[in-house]
Design a protein around this ligand. Structure first.
Ligand SMILES: Cc1ncc(C[n+]2csc(CCOP(=O)(O)OP(=O)(O)O)c2C)c(N)n1
Length: 552
């Protein structure tokens, strides 16, 4: 809704604080009011038993709306966490979509009622569907930024979390990778001092802005309850991110005015003084105070604005509340891609009479696929030439396909988490986990995030990618940690296609990459290549079996 024009007869100040134009401040106020009444309405829905999960953003709204004003709607990408209703309001998500998501009603474009409430998603606004897991969004955002950098676009990836989520290991991996690759990521940590009931001093030793600085990252701490300072400090820094200066870390000090969520009662662990202190910093109350001081609106106009926005919000809420739940028969749609895979086997071309290994055959297949699909990119530990992987699976590909095969940090969550982000960004990562036993740090991504993205976003977002894992074999002579076959591990969370676990012959191995990459035409695929011995497994001519392609 357009900001109402101010009456001309009132003497207008030049700025709402140094350098902030009155219309910018009033736009902020309008959005804050809308966010406030959305929160109030959600509270009513919770009390009525209509909303299963609610996490108030009261106390965080100013920094979230400021971010929506500093970044570019429809151009930049947003990886929010579960406490970001005000960001959605700031970006202009239609109010009915906010309530449809909160009430899980028919027409909910966030997830068709599948994801938890508070987990917003929108293709139009480039808001990527989050899960409830704390800290998993960071690496995915970094992967998206890799796609942006590879394409040379001047877009920014915003990723956000609470200070508690910075204790997760993936957070540190994300800072490391983003800074190493100088990626266009804006990390926002909204520090309200509590992770449910745990105060920050029990959580982290160092100041978070200093932690980020330790990674070599540009980093600032701002008061997230005050607009002018944030606006002035962040605007040039964000433009630097857009100009390719690398990531930016922002620790915004905010307050949590309400309990952690609808399942929590903060009076059990916060004393009255602490809660009063938070209320004293209420960002909305402060904005109204400034508007009065600066004479941007009169008391009566403030009352009118409140009444107008309240009515607008309540009307939408009432309409949405009258809608039914989604048809239960749609609940299991969108788990896999609807694209069929068509494998066309051409006449095999004779390549060699020499005996070849399974590894050589897979290498050959990967090479054919990279030739065919310029969006295939690869990373993993040691996979770059001259080593070309500990089994040599990717040997020679670095030189053949410059810029598309790279060593990853020694961090499995980074390998698969960033692959997901780059896949959302339009690439087809085919990444390697060195041994099955070492895949577990990546399982948060491989079970909670990657396989559920398509389903939980109702196909708005997908991440076609391949994770190649070696299992079994290799070192002989007694049981080694590397040897136990990993076939019993969860290779098949719904939403992931496991491929033929062990291609039995070089002939099959050569064909396997085509099947992996096409099967993952829009689903994710986990390919276990068993017994990746360097010795020839069988003798016989190697032939090329191009090609597999997705059905049109
Ligand atoms: C991996 C994981 N562990 C635990 C939880 C349970 N949990 C949900 S929110 C939360 C606290 C998060 O606090 P913080 O990151 O500071 O964000 P805030 O909620 O305060 O905004 C916890 C422990 C979770 N969702 N995911």
């Amino acid at each position: 809704m357009a900001v109402r024009k101010l009456p001309t007869e009132r003497p207008r100040p030049a700025a709402a604080g140094p350098g902030v134009k009155p219309e910018v401040y009033l736009k902020l106020y309008e959005k804050m009011l809308r966010a406030y009444f959305v929160e109030e309405q959600c509270r009513i829905f919770v009390r009525a038993g209509k909303c299963s999960f609610y996490a108030s953003a009261r106390g965080h709204e100013k920094v979230q709306i400021a971010m929506s004003m500093l970044l570019q709607r429809g151009k930049d990408w947003f990886f929010p966490y579960y406490r970001e209703k005000a960001l959605m309001v700031g970006l202009g998500m239609p109010l009915d979509q906010i309530f449809l998501g909160m009430l899980s009603r028919q027409g909910d474009a966030n997830s068709l009622g599948r994801n938890m409430s508070e987990h917003f998603s929108s293709r139009e606004l480039r808001v990527i569907s989050p899960t409830a897991c704390t800290g998993t969004e960071f690496l995915i955002a970094v992967g998206m930024a890799k796609a942006i950098l590879a394409d040379g676009r001047d877009e920014i990836v915003y990723v956000s979390g609470g200070e508690g989520s910075t204790s997760e290991g993936e957070f540190f991996e994300a800072l490391n990778k983003a800074q190493h690759d100088r990626l266009p990521v804006l990390f926002l940590i909204q520090n309200n001092g509590y992770a449910i009931s745990v105060p920050q001093e029990q959580q982290t030793h160092s100041r978070l802005d200093e932690v980020a600085r330790g990674f070599g990252m540009r980093s600032v701490r701002v008061d997230g309850t005050r607009f002018t300072e944030m606006y002035h400090t962040l605007r040039p820094l964000i433009e630097d991110v857009r100009r390719g200066q690398g990531p930016l870390f922002v620790e915004a000090m905010v307050v949590r005015i309400d309990s952690h969520s609808s399942s929590d009662d903060q009076t059990k662990y916060r004393d009255a003084k602490d809660m009063e202190e938070a209320r004293r910093k209420d960002p909305l109350a402060h904005t109204e105070l400034r508007i009065r001081e600066l004479r941007l609106l009169s008391d009566q106009e403030i009352e009118e604005w409140r009444a107008r926005v309240k009515t607008e919000v309540e009307e939408v809420a009432r309409r949405v509340d009258a809608l039914p739940y989604p048809d239960p028969s749609t609940a299991i749609a969108d788990i896999y891609s609807p694209n069929r895979v068509v494998v066309e086997e051409g006449e095999p071309a004779h390549l060699s009479d020499k005996p070849i290994t399974m590894v050589e055959a897979i290498n050959h297949g990967l090479s054919e696929e990279m030739q065919r699909n310029p969006k295939i990119v690869m990373w993993g530990e040691d996979i770059q030439d001259p080593k070309g992987g500990v089994f040599g699976v990717t040997r020679g590909l670095t030189e053949k396909f410059p810029g598309r095969v790279e060593n990853s940090p020694l961090a499995e969550a980074t390998i698969v988490g960033t692959a997901q982000g780059m896949a959302i960004g339009g690439y087809k990562p085919v990444v390697e986990i060195q041994f099955g036993d070492y895949s577990f740090p990546g399982y948060m991504q491989m079970s909670n995030e990657i396989p559920t993205l398509r389903w939980r976003s109702a196909s708005a977002w997908t991440c076609p990618m391949v994770v190649r894992v070696a299992v079994g074999g290799y070192i002989r002579g007694g049981r080694s940690i590397r040897r136990p076959p990993r076939r019993s591990t969860p290779t098949r969370p719904a939403g992931t296609s496991p491929t033929r676990a062990t291609p039995p012959t070089p002939r099959d191995s050569s064909r396997a990459p085509a099947a992996w990459t096409t099967r993952s035409c829009s689903s994710s695929t986990k390919a276990c290549t068993g017994r990746c011995t360097r010795r020839p497994r069988s003798r016989g001519p190697i032939t090329s079996f191009r090609s597999a392609r997705p059905a049109p």
